[in-house]
Structures are given as structure tokens and as C-alpha cells.
Design a protein around this ligand. Structure first.
Ligand code: AMP
Ligand code: MG
Length: 681
């Protein structure tokens, strides 16, 4: 990433408002490079491109100036709408050397073609230039003031303003000339975004660092910090998101990478229709293999939102969060006491007290002389001359001096700057489901707003002719719908948005209508019942007809075949009707899959090996889950394994997971207990 400059040579010493370049490779940032003028920068970039080409690596170079002028200027200046012709025009007309260039004169000349009062304005030189207004008083712009993207980029400057704090106009002129030369030098190797398809080994893109990067950490030059952060940010951006951001139409004016184009809904790419296909020829898929497949095939489907940190509890981070500053930002004291320069050896010590004190939020701004002490309170920034603090309880204090006993190590009772987190480090990663503690961390590093994913919307449908709503009067053979309340509540507990789609009879058309409606409202559909291969198993037969159904025969008990399919681009998990199997399948398969769809990180449920309070024999070849709970450090299993025994689900506080192989469990043998908590319940 390149932080460009429109000015003259900035001297041998690295400084701000100069050209800075930072390279990131494989996610790692190299030290930002300082280049004192454009001639050197052009050579440096040419070398970089040559080097990367020899290494057969591709290269994306970002420049922080507009690649095009507001609409209409290209045609008026160069007789075509093609912004790259404008680049060539400037290349032909700009005279540039480290000490001097003709940018203001050229701007005046251009203005004179259009009446001499615009589009360019401001003149940083002492002498007046014909046609170039110094102020807005006589300024008249025949072209739009801003590009479309600049209306969306709050705080951006127009490219017509040539000088003054923050102005970008000079950079554009001087930059276009250099880029035009690089393009010629590496003919057919460079694609310029968004004007050309990105099908070349090198891409030029437009960036705007100040839009996304916070203040630099102490001691680092702002420009260097910015290019580094932008380069890292871009390298870490998920491919799907970058693809969306690159999909921009701005053929004449160009665009700033990362600014979202209006009236384009930014949503992740849809799932592949065959995402649930199983490898051919497999009879029973082991649980772990099934989970691996789900993990590989699925991708996040939820869009993004910005959210105030205080309102982001439970939301999924859409981007890594980088600490805007260190915590603590300054060295400070961890206790109430007295501060001085340490260390002190064994024995008694008496130190004079300086007047004044240092407290949290009320720093002492003087210097504490060596051999003196100062009153200091927890959280106070260590004053100059203080690196060690003694606890007030260990001190005899008078108004003008203190006495205490050594030894005391240098640095005792203090906190170092950045000992918790260093500014610029990644504090939380994309995919993190935010916890209350995370909100504290984000706030401590100065973050008030985060990019989060929209919550995953999950529709729940029960199927079966026998089902009626609790409270209704049952006829013979009817039962109350128990799965739907359970599944809706589970979805809610997982942090998703449940959508109740009611109960549907075993009727193809009714079910089709319900699936249609659910696909409109939700990102995922959970059905229960009708998922096997019987006459009344309409969920699986409808999905099969839709051409995107897979019956997963997973080697697991409880749980009959799980029907996984796509209905109008929305994934459907066809859960078994038996409530016990429905719950287990949801915890073991649907939840992790939904977490991927929701954009959150994949994590195995945490289990604990604990002694069994039961005995059980199990055949090899499938994994089994028992309803279980923990009492007195031992794992109890529910007496019956019947898959319709809902009371056992309610009795249980977790599941025992018995591995795929054979087991002969005796009381006292260790078994893996996974509390419902670990499954997010
Ligand atoms: P199915 O998968 O449709 O063959 O159903 C398997 C068993 O689960 C049958 O005994 C159903 O009556 C029962 N069942 C299906 N759906 C529900 C539900 N929503 N609530 C309670 N039991 C159900
Ligand atoms: Mg049924």
C-alpha cells in the first residue's frame, strides 16, 4: 500500500506527509519504507513489480489518490471518457523533479480552457498564476465538485483542491503521471481497478487510509502506521468480502476500495447447490467426517452491520479488531502508595516527599527528583522520575517524608504500558461471538463501534398429520407438537433469530408452500419429521424433487438419516421427528453448520472425562449420545434410551458421547460428558 504525496522532496529523514510504502506478504507486514520523492518511489515500485514477477507472485498495489476525476472532465480534457487517457495526458504535461514541478501552472492552464475560474483551485506558491483562483471567492467549477464515491466517503476532499491541509488535488495530478509511466513500462502486466478486469499479475487499486485507520501509536509516524494498517487490513479481509468490494462499477471516476456502492446490496455469495453432496459410495458416514464436510462446504451467508459496542453482545464479529491504542496506554501504579525511582536494597530507607500527588485521571506533571518520593494512587500515570511504587501499608508517612523497609525491586507494584495489549495488535478475530468481557476489551482499546454480522435467521417447521398445538383438544392418534417450541428456543439460545413457521400436515403442497415462505424469510430452515424415506416422508421427497437433497446416513445414535438439502438457495436441515433425535442432531450437526452460516468460528463442544455411574455395552461402528447429568462428580445416564422419551431430555443436563468403537462401560470408567452449556444451550 502506498501513501502518495504531491509535494517536493521531503529530505533524508523519515517524516510525515511524505511517500510511505508498506508491503504485506502472507499476512505479515514488512517495515514501512520511506521514500523522499516521487522519482525514487517510481523506481522502487518498478523494482518491486519486477521482483515479484520473477518470483511469479501476484501483486495488488494500493494508492491513496483518485484514479479518475468527476464525471465529464475526462471528455472535456482529453476527448474521451477513458480515465486512463487522462493519466497519459498528465504524463505528457506534468514536469516533475524532486525539487520542483509545474502542477500549479498546469492547473492554471487547464482552468483557462474552461473560463479560468475552475475546476482547480488554491495556489500554494507565492506568485499568482493566471486562471488559478487562490480562494473560493472567484471560483467556478464547470464540473461536479465530487465523484460519486466521495459523497459516500465522509470527510474526503475533492480532487480539485490543490493545496491546504488534507487536500489531495496535487497528489492526483502527480500520481497519474507516474502510474501512466508504470503502466507503459509494464505493458499488459497491470490492471487498473475498477476500470479493467483484474486479470493481470499486477493490480492498481485506489485506497483511502484515513477512512479506516485510527490514530498512530506513540512514537510511530502517522503515515507509516496508516499504510501498514491498511495493508494488513486488506490482507486479512476475507476473500468473499474482498470479492464483493471489488465488484464496483465506476468506469470513469474510479472508486475507493472498501466503500460500499449505493443501492448494491452487499451480501455474501450464495451457497453452492451441491454443498451437501456426499462422496459417492459411502454407506455410513462417521460423525467426524460428516462434520468436516459441513465445515468445508458451508460459508457465511449473513450480511454485515455496524453496531455500537454497547449493543454488540452476542453478535458475531465480521472483521478482525485491531487495538487503537495500548492497554494500559501509560505505565501506571497498581496500588495506592508512594512512587519513586527504584530499586532499594534490604534495610531502612527515608525519602523526602515532593509536594503534590498523582491520581487516576489527575497526573502529576512535574519531575520527581531521584531520591524523592511522591504520593500516588491506583491507576495514576507514573510521573517522570518514578518507576517503582511501595504499598501505603508498608510505609510510615509524615507530611514531608516517608520511611519504609527494603528490599524493593525496580518496577514493583506498577503496570507497564501495553502489558495487557499493544496498540496495533489484533485484539479479537473475525468470527468471534462477543461476550461481556469482549465488550470490556473493545472499550479498553478505544473501539466504540464494530463490524458485526447480521443475526442468522432460522425458520422452524414441524411436520406430521398427527401434530396439534398444545392446548388444542386432541383426537385419537393426535399428539402435541413438542419439537417446535424446543427448536425455536434452541435457535434463540444459539444467538440466532428464530422464525416460527408453524406446523404442517403431511401434504406435499402444504409443505411446499411452507418451505417457500420460510425460504423468503430465513437464512436456514429446520424441519422436524418426515425426513426418512417412507410414504409420508414429504420433506425428503420434496427436497429430492427439487434436485438438491442429500440423505446423510450418519453413523450416530440417536438419529435416523438426516435430510440435508437446498430449497430456493436456502439450506434445509431435515431433522428426525423423534424429539430426542431432533435435539441430538441439532446439537451435533445443525448447530455447528449454522454457526458457519452465521460467520462465527468453528469450535468443538468442550467435554470432560468423568467417571460413569452406569454400565453400558455398545457395538462398534457408530457414535452414541446418551442423555446424562452430573451428580457428585459422577456421570449418570437416563435409564431408557427410547428416542421418544422427552422426559429424559428434560432430566438430562448434557450428553455422554461414546466414541465410534465398541465400549463396555463399568461404573467408575471414564466417559466424555458434554454439558448442554458446551453446546450453547
Ligand atoms: P417422523 O420422523 O415424521 O417419522 O416421526 C418420528 C416420530 O416422531 C413419530 O412418532 C412422530 O409422531 C414423532 N414426532 C414427529 N414430529 C414431532 C413433533 N413435532 N413433536 C413430537 N413428536 C414428533
Ligand atoms: Mg411424520
Amino acid at each position: 500500500m502506498v501513501d502518495w504525496s504531491g509535494g517536493n522532496d521531503t529530505g533524508p529523514r523519515p517524516c510525515k506527509d511524505a511517500i510511505w510504502i508498506c508491503v504485506v506478504r502472507n499476512g505479515r507486514a514488512e517495515s514501512p519504507v520511506y521514500l523522499r520523492n516521487r522519482v525514487l518511489a517510481e523506481e522502487w515500485l518498478a523494482n518491486l513489480i519486477t521482483g515479484e514477477q520473477h518470483a511469479r507472485r501476484r501483486l495488488c498495489i494500493g494508492f491513496d489518490f483518485p484514479f479518475g476525476y468527476p464525471v465529464g472532465f475526462a471528455r472535456a480534457l482529453a476527448g474521451t471518457d477513458d480515465p486512463l487517457v487522462v493519466w497519459d495526458w498528465f504524463e505528457a504535461h506534468i514536469q516533475d523533479s524532486p525539487k520542483a514541478n509545474n502542477r500549479f501552472d498546469l492547473a492554471g492552464e487547464i482552468n483557462q480552457r474552461f473560463g479560468g475560474q475552475g475546476p482547480f483551485w488554491t495556489n500554494a506558491l507565492k506568485h499568482d498564476i493566471a486562471g488559478l483562483p487562490r480562494t473560493k471567492a472567484t471560483y467556478q467549477n464547470p464540473f461536479p465538485d465530487r465523484r460519486a464515491v466521495e459523497h459516500l466517503a465522509k470527510g474526503s476532499f475533492t480532487c480539485w483542491q490543490l493545496a491546504g491541509a488534507g487536500a489531495v488535488g496535487s497528489q492526483v495530478m502527480m500520481g497519474m503521471a507516474v502510474l501512466a509511466r508504470l503502466r507503459r513500462r509494464f505493458a499488459d502486466q497491470i490492471a487498473v481497478w475498477p476500470f479493467q478486469p483484474l486479470e493481470k499479475p499486477v493490480a492498481f487499486v485506489e485506497i483511502w487510509p484515513s477512512s479506516t485507520v485510527g490514530p498512530a501509536p506513540e512514537g510511530m509516524i502517522k503515515d507509516a502506521w496508516q499504510v501498514q494498517q491498511v495493508a494488513l487490513g486488506l490482507a486479512r479481509r476475507p476473500a468473499a468480502k474482498l470479492t464483493m468490494q471489488l465488484d464496483i462499477e465506476a468506469p470513469e471516476e474510479g472508486w475507493i476500495l472498501g466503500i460500499e456502492q449505493e443501492n448494491r446490496t452487499i451480501s455474501p455469495p450464495p451457497l453452492r447447490n451441491d454443498c451437501f453432496a456426499l462422496p459417492a459410495g459411502i454407506a455410513w458416514t462417521p460423525v467426524d467426517e460428516a462434520l468436516d464436510l459441513l465445515r468445508q462446504r458451508l460459508n457465511p451467508v449473513t450480511g454485515e452491520d455496524r453496531q455500537a459496542v454497547v449493543k454488540s453482545m452476542g453478535r458475531v464479529l465480521a472483521e478482525d479488531v485491531v487495538a487503537r491504542r495500548s492497554n494500559p496506554p501509560h505505565p501506571n501504579t497498581a496500588v495506592d502508595g508512594y512512587g519513586f525511582a527504584g530499586a532499594f536494597p534490604d534495610g531502612e530507607h527515608v525519602l523526602p516527599l515532593v509536594s503534590g500527588r498523582a491520581a487516576a485521571g489527575a497526573p502529576f506533571d512535574g519531575q520527581v527528583p531521584k531520591g524523592s518520593a511522591i504520593r500516588i494512587l491506583t491507576g495514576a500515570v507514573l510521573p517522570q522520575g518514578v518507576d517503582t511504587v511501595i504499598l501505603q501499608e508498608d510505609v510510615t508517612a509524615q507530611s514531608d517524608r516517608i520511611a519504609f523497609r527494603g528490599p524493593l525491586k525496580a518496577g514493583a507494584n506498577t503496570r507497564k504500558a501495553g502489558e495487557d495489549i499493544v496498540g496495533g495488535d489484533t485484539a479479537l478475530k473475525a468470527g468471534r461471538v462477543l461476550t461481556p468481557a469482549d465488550l470490556a476489551l473493545l472499550s479498553a482499546i478505544g473501539v466504540s463501534e464494530v463490524a458485526v454480522r447480521k443475526p442468522l435467521r432460522v425458520a422452524v417447521i414441524s411436520t406430521g398429520d398427527e401434530l396439534i398445538e398444545p392446548g388444542a383438544e386432541p383426537a385419537l392418534g393426535q399428539i402435541f407438537d413438542a419439537n417446535r417450541p424446543m427448536l425455536l428456543a434452541m435457535v434463540d439460545r444459539f444467538g440466532f433469530t428464530p422464525i416460527d413457521m408453524g406446523c404442517v400436515a403431511d401434504d406435499r403442497e402444504a409443505l411446499r408452500a411452507a418451505l417457500d415462505q420460510a425460504a423468503q424469510k430465513a437464512d436456514v430452515i429446520l424441519t422436524s419429521g418426515g425426513a426418512s424415506a417412507g410414504d409420508e416422508d414429504h420433506v425428503s421427497s420434496l427436497l429430492t424433487d427439487a434436485g438438491a437433497m442429500q440423505r446423510w446416513r450418519i453413523a450416530v445414535k440417536p438419529g435416523r438419516p438426516l435430510a440435508l438439502g437446498m430449497w430456493k438457495n436456502v439450506p434445509v436441515f431435515g431433522l428426525p421427528g423423534n424429539p430426542v433425535a431432533a435435539l441430538v442432531c441439532t446439537l451435533v450437526f445443525a448447530r455447528p453448520a449454522m454457526k458457519v452460516l452465521a460467520g462465527s468460528e468453528w469450535r468443538e463442544p468442550q467435554g470432560y472425562n468423568l467417571p460413569a455411574a452406569f454400565s453400558k455395552r455398545k457395538k462398534p461402528g457408530r457414535r452414541e449420545y446418551l442423555r446424562a447429568r452430573l451428580r457428585d462428580g459422577q456421570v449418570e445416564a437416563f435409564a431408557s434410551e427410547g428416542s421418544g422419551r422427552i422426559s429424559g431430555l428434560s432430566w438430562a443436563e448434557g450428553l455422554v458421547e461414546l466414541e465410534d468403537g465398541a465400549r463396555d462401560i463399568q461404573p467408575g470408567d471414564p466417559v466424555r460428558f458434554i454439558p448442554y452449556d458446551s453446546f450453547g444451550l
